[in-house]
Design a protein. Structure first.
Lengths: 98, 507
């Protein structure tokens, strides 16, 4: 198993959109290493040819009749927004400049 | 009237209310007074809804006086874990990222307890997003175990276990992803059930790991757990994983308490080594009580359980990293602007907010999950864990061919001291070694007190596991054991807990 490096953790934090500080990164590299070593025992179980199980219930798609039913109004849906404008969520810019 | 309303069970309160011996307002006020007196020390609640609870109580009293036919638990107050959306009441999940959030809707479980006319006393403390076994990961400070204020009340639902153990509520709602109802019950001398996966709606439960999460009752008696299980359970079209079948006959099973001819399977891998001596001793005595009640004991082996913890700590972080992606600072919850950046992008705001809003354990698990799901590692980690999950489910099926229920100690130890495991994530994770297999397979489980460990005088828990959709067996076995233990103790175990010092709150 490849060792998890500080750069790896920084990359993962970027993917997970968490702006970890340097101190947090240092601490997490060691902790994640210990956890990963422990959980790697799953690979030593007799799993050859075993069907993966994603869910305790054999799921089939669940549908409902296609009829209109009440849902949250705009005011209620926006009530917890950090910022709202003209009945919409107001967000920071989503594109990089140029 | 001489009954101490704060110590009465929900079943007893229900009878007193029906007979007109007390009112819901009186019961609710007694519990709120108890909270004023003890919760400064215990810190079971993150939010107390005094006015809301009393308003419901007044309404129920008026309706009862007018002769209306009411639900059995109408007027009996309840506390709700802060992971359940409650319209108009703060819901934080123990996280800073949701501080001050007021949900615009109710979870289905909350809707059902409101329909039953149960006053909601408040929201209980928990490890942040239910990640933990001690409540030390709550962003709002830990809850303290009423048996010893220097010790943990279990987790993640330590607020719900402590609120019933300290007589601030007869009933509480918990949720159990890897043991968060059962382990807190074990270390506080209370009762908790994780129903069959799909038995209780997850709509409005802020998801930790969607394929493992299940809400259930936290109480002081097995019958109370059954009564609350019945209110919470049943099909809900708002949850696509909800089982479309009636709630198992849990109340009837709790009343009959009949284990004659039942086969009780002791799981070899979940006893002996690694379990505290006093916890094991109380477990062995409890098994003997069940034999005395007419049950037969068999030993079963579930070899894959040895890898359950590892599989769980891959599956849970994987699902959690995906579920918690919704906390993005855009639609609700906290928004933090990164320092030193003019006109930051949405992505930068998101990353700054998630760093400021999530605690260490949450960040650790999100990053672990992100890794386990990333291309190149998916098969080695998440894929392997899913295969182990299948082996565990197969072990359960085989075990239930020879036994009607399986039993084990709920947690390996009694309540540990604050700080003992906080810096060692793997040591913390080991608390859930006996409870995790049930979540992976989706089967129901219950913990009830088995007595006090000799070495420290703290409560130990007895776990019962049943096949999926056979939740009633938990109650039959739990109730039979409870009857015999109560007789041998000469009263409830919680009667031996030290008195909490009470403070009189100034007006």
């Amino acid at each position: 198993m490849a060792e998890l490096t500080r750069d790896d953790v920084a990359h993962l934090a970027g993917l997970a959109r968490i702006d970890l500080s340097d101190a947090e990164l240092d601490k997490m590299v060691g902790e994640l290493g210990v956890i990963l070593e422990s959980v790697a025992v799953v690979q030593q179980s007799p799993i050859e040819g075993v069907e993966p199980m994603s869910h305790p219930m054999p799921l089939v798609n669940v549908t409902r009749p296609d009829v209109v039913r009440p849902s949250l109004g705009a005011e209620a849906a926006l009530a917890g927004a950090p910022e709202a404008d003209q009945q919409r969520f107001s967000v920071p810019r989503i594109l990089d400049e140029d | 009237m001489t009954t101490d309303l704060t110590r009465a069970s929900a079943a007893e309160l229900s009878d007193l209310l029906a007979q007109g011996e007390t009112s819901s307002v009186e019961v609710t006020q007694s519990l709120l007074n108890r909270t004023d007196a003890v919760d400064g020390d215990v810190h079971a609640y993150l939010h107390v809804d005094r006015e809301g609870a009393l308003a419901t109580a007044r309404d129920i009293d008026a309706r009862r006086a007018a002769g209306e036919e009411l639900h059995r638990l109408a007027g009996v107050p309840i506390a709700v874990k802060d992971v359940m959306a409650t319209k108009g009441l703060p819901t934080t999940c123990g996280s800073k990222i949701l501080e001050g959030w007021i949900p615009p809707y109710d979870a289905t479980v909350v809707t059902r307890i409101k329909q039953a006319g149960m006053p909601i006393l408040g929201k209980t403390n928990m490890d942040e997003f239910a990640m933990g076994s001690s409540t030390e990961h709550s962003a709002y400070g830990p809850t303290r175990n009423p048996w010893d204020l220097d010790r943990i009340p279990g987790g993640s639902g330590g607020g719900s276990s402590a609120v019933v153990a300290s007589f601030q509520a007869p009933l509480a709602i918990g949720t159990d992803t890897g043991g968060s109802i059962r382990q807190p019950a074990a270390v506080t001398g209370t009762v908790g059930t994780k129903p069959t996966y799909g038995g209780v709606s997850r709509y409005g439960l802020v998801a930790l790991a969607s394929s493992l999460d299940q809400a259930g009752p936290c109480t002081r008696t097995v019958l109370d757990a059954a009564l609350l299980h019945e209110v919470m359970g049943g099909h809900d079209p708002m949850d696509s994983t909800s089982i479309n079948a009636p709630v198992p006959a849990v109340v009837e099973a709790a009343r009959r308490a009949d284990v004659k001819g039942m086969k009780i399977g002791i799981v070899r891998e979940l006893t002996g080594d690694g379990f505290q001596a006093g916890v094991q001793a109380r477990f062995d005595e409890s098994v003997q009580h069940l034999v005395d009640a007419g049950a037969e004991v068999v030993e079963v082996s579930c070899p894959s359980f040895e890898a359950a913890l590892a599989a769980y700590y891959l599956i849970l972080p994987s699902e959690a990293s995906s579920n918690l992606a919704k906390f993005d600072a855009m639609r609700y919850g906290m928004r933090v602007l990164p320092e030193g950046i003019d006109d930051p992008s949405a992505e930068q705001v998101m990353a700054a907010t998630r760093d400021a809003g999530f605690g260490d354990e949450v960040k650790r698990r999100i990053i672990l999950g992100t890794y386990a799901l990333s291309s190149g590692y998916y098969d080695a980690y998440y894929g392997s864990a899913q295969k182990v999950r299948r082996l565990i489910a197969d072990d359960f099926s085989r075990a239930f061919d020879t036994a009607d229920v399986l039993v084990s100690p709920t947690a390996p130890t009694t309540a540990f001291r604050f700080g003992d495991k906080i810096d060692d994530p793997m040591a913390m994770y080991l608390n859930d070694i006996a409870t995790i297999p049930a979540n992976l397979a989706g089967v129901p489980g219950m913990s009830l007190p088995s007595g006090l460990a000799d070495e420290d005088g703290l409560p130990a828990g007895f776990q019962i596991l049943a096949p999926a959709a056979a939740d009633e067996r938990l109650y039959a076995v739990g109730s039979a054991l409870e009857q015999r233990l109560l007789a041998s103790w000469g009263g409830p175990l919680l009667g031996r807990a030290p008195e909490l010092s009470t403070t009189t709150k100034g007006a």
